[in-house]
Structures are given as structure tokens and as C-alpha cells.
Unconditional design. Sequence first.
Length: 445
Amino acid sequence: MTDTATLIPKPPRKLFVKTYGCQMNVYDSARMADVLAPHGFGPTDTAEDADMVILNTCHIREKAAEKVFSELGRLRALKMKRGFLLAVAGCVAQADGEEVMRRAPYVDIVLGPQTYHRLPEMVAKAARGEGQVLDTALSPEPKFDFLPEPKAEGAAAFLSIQEGCDKFCTYCVVPYTRGAEYSRPQDKILAEAEALAGQGVVEITLLGQNVSAWEDQVGLRLAGLIRRLARIGGIERLRYTTSHPADLDMELVDLFGEEPKLMPYLHLPVQAGSDRVLTAMNRGHDREDYFALAERLRRARPGLALSSDFIVGFPGETDADFEETMDLVREVGFVQAYSFKYSARPGTPASSMPGQVAERIKEERLARLQALLSEQTRAFNASCVGTTMAVLFDRPGRHPGQVVGRSPFMQPVHVENGAEFLGRVMPVRITAVHPNSLAGEMAGP
Ligand code: SAH
Ligand code: SF4
Ligand code: F3S
């Protein structure tokens, strides 16, 4: 093993962060870079020339967790060749930190999602050659108080307002990897939003594992927070994700009809359509509750689009149960969705439930569900042709002059000859549908 002290040169140093999993991890990766920036680390987009590599990992399904170990194998060879500091962060680190250190003794630092504000100390310790550093406390001390002001990377930004989960769905590792629900105080959130707006951010997506559970110490709930954020100069669009059907309160539902800056799009995972399965999952709501919620949302904001997450092959799921999921999808209609085969996760109640479903059946169900969901996405996208949508252009496209943005419904939209519109919301007439995006032209100011 190389002496770790030789692994980090003097500044400037290059940092490569590879992110797996959800948007919380995307946010955390950006914040880890912010934390290390004052210590001379600037970003690079490959491990090949990095002085430090961080894998920000996801534990949600077996495949996600296994990916990390294969990536570590690859990095090991590279590290032998040129040496760099190697850290494993995120949910695999939190759940299996000891195992990571054992299976990959060449990893220098293992840190959890709640400890990355201490990264500079960990780096210093690893550099002193004191062996592997492990810091995966699920500390009650909120890391947010120790983080520097975020640096915006474009016109759309994430802002983490809530962490952790107390829902304990029987299949899910998140309550164990992220800890108990915690809401950041309102003044800190408003200050971060102001700082982002000051850097040209136009759209903010509020993040939380259970963002609809956000509550300030003074009893203010998410709807009230969104109203305040909407008053910040420069902020034109607000979104939040991920909400849970059981704690989306009616004020928040009705806000879709009252606050035009709140985009008419909501990711509202339902997971399954059968009451028996929903109960076994411990979701805290039934099929009828979801229908009622969808209807009320659309009454508040006609044209509101829903997206969702689904799990097929949960233990005990019969053909009839699965048909109820298909039926729910037909009934509600989704513009976008993620669907997964149930993956048994160590330590979760569902992993030891009877009636584990055969892989072949999970695959058949997933294929049928995905065909239905993609047909709905396709039909929705096709229905947009000929309409005019407000698009926030946030990045350059593949060829010169092309710009890419997001519609209110999160569809990527590209337009030719629009470079001057980067960072702005513009009306765009949709002219064509491509497999993963829409094409349009400027519809005038
Ligand atoms: N907090 C969010 C999302 C959590 S994880 C929520 O409550 O909806 C994102 C998605 O991964 C979940 O919505 C679920 O569909 C899926 N998922 C979680 N655990 C899983 C497991 N063990 N097997 C398969 N999919 C899973
Ligand atoms: Fe997991 Fe359920 Fe919590 Fe979502 S609500 S993070 S699925 S336990
Ligand atoms: Fe994965 Fe952790 Fe997010 S397990 S889905 S990265 S909260």
C-alpha cells in the first residue's frame, strides 16, 4: 500500500465525485465539493486525473449497492498506478461502512450522509497516514450549520430542506441510512434561497426524502414555506420532491391553484395499486386515498401532471394484486414514472416476509407495467406538439447555438439558435417529439 501522505499533493488539487442514487445524493455531492473547495480542491470530471475520488453511493436496491463494489475494483487498479485519496460516501457507506473497509482496504475514507461537513478533518487524518478513516455517525447535530454557502451551477438549483424518514415502509433502507426526519429551520432555507437567487438561480427544487413532512419549529408547514420562497426576487419557479401521499396536507394541495410559481407537476410515489400490498408495505394510505388526492390536485390545478414510483413483485403480490397496479395507472395517468423489481434489502421487514416472488414473474410484471407507463409518457409528449410552454433554458445543447431547458412538466426541450436565452424562462412553441425530449421554437417574448 502506498503511503497516503504522498497521495494528496499541495493545492491546487482535483476532486472527482461520482454520484449514484437520488437527488439527495446529487445535492450532497455538490455540497461535498463546496466543503472541500476552501482546501484547494477544484472539480474534474474523471477519476483519471483526480487527486481525490469520492463515490457517493446508493443502497436502495441490491444492484445499486453492488455497482459500488465493482467501481471500487476498477479504481483500485487506477489507484495502484497513480495514487489518489479514495473516499466512499452516501448510503452504502452508512449501511455497510465496516464491510466497505474490509472488502476494499485501499479505501482511505468512509463517511455517511450526515458527516460530510467534517470531510476536511477526515482528509487531513488520512493524509497523516493514520490508516482508514470511518465517520458514519447519524449525528443529531445538523451538518447544515457547518456547510459553506452553496455555489449555483446554473439557472436551476436543488435546495435540501428536509432529511431522513420515519415512515418505515417495510421494503426500504432509507430510514436506516438517513436516520430520523429532520426539518431545516425556515430562516436558514430562506437565506440559502436568497443566496441562490443572487447567483442567477431562477428555479428551486426543494428536496427531502419526505419533503411534505417538512415543518418548522414554529409549526409552519411546507405550503407556508413555499409562499415565502415565492416572494424572493428572481425566483420564478418552485418545485418540491419527494412527497408522500399520506402527509400531503390540503393547504399544500390547494397551493397548486394559488401560487403560479409552483410548477404544475408533482412526483407522488404510490408503489402499488392493491390495498393488500399497500398495507404490507406499511405505506399508510390506500388506493382510494391516492385516487382522491390525484383528483383534488387536478381540481386545484387543471392540467397538473403526476409522476410516480412503482415496485412490482413485493412479497405476497399475486397476479390479481398486480392487475390492480395496472388499473391504478390507467385510472390516474402518469406523465413520467420509475418502476422497479422488488429487491430484498438486509434488515428490512419485507426481506423476511413469506411469499417472495420469483425473478421471472417480477420481470414479466415489470415489462408490462413499463410498457403501459411509457405509452402514457409518449401520449402526453405527443399531446404537447402545437402548444406553447414556458421553458427555463439552463444548459447549452449538443450543437452550436442549441439550448436545452425544462418545460413546466420537466420535459427536456431543445431549441436552435437560442444561446442568448440561457438562464431565462421563455415561451416556446413545441414542434416535434423525440424519444427523450421535445423540440420547439421561440414563440416570441
Ligand atoms: N422517499 C421517497 C423515495 C424513496 S427511494 C418515497 O417515499 O417515495 C425511491 C424509490 O425506490 C421508491 O419510491 C421505491 O419505488 C424504490 N424502492 C425503495 N426500496 C426498494 C426496494 N427494496 N426494492 C425496489 N425498489 C425500491
Ligand atoms: Fe423509504 Fe417509505 Fe421513507 Fe420513502 S417513505 S424513504 S419509500 S421508508
Ligand atoms: Fe439511494 Fe440513499 Fe437516495 S439509498 S435513493 S442515495 S437516500
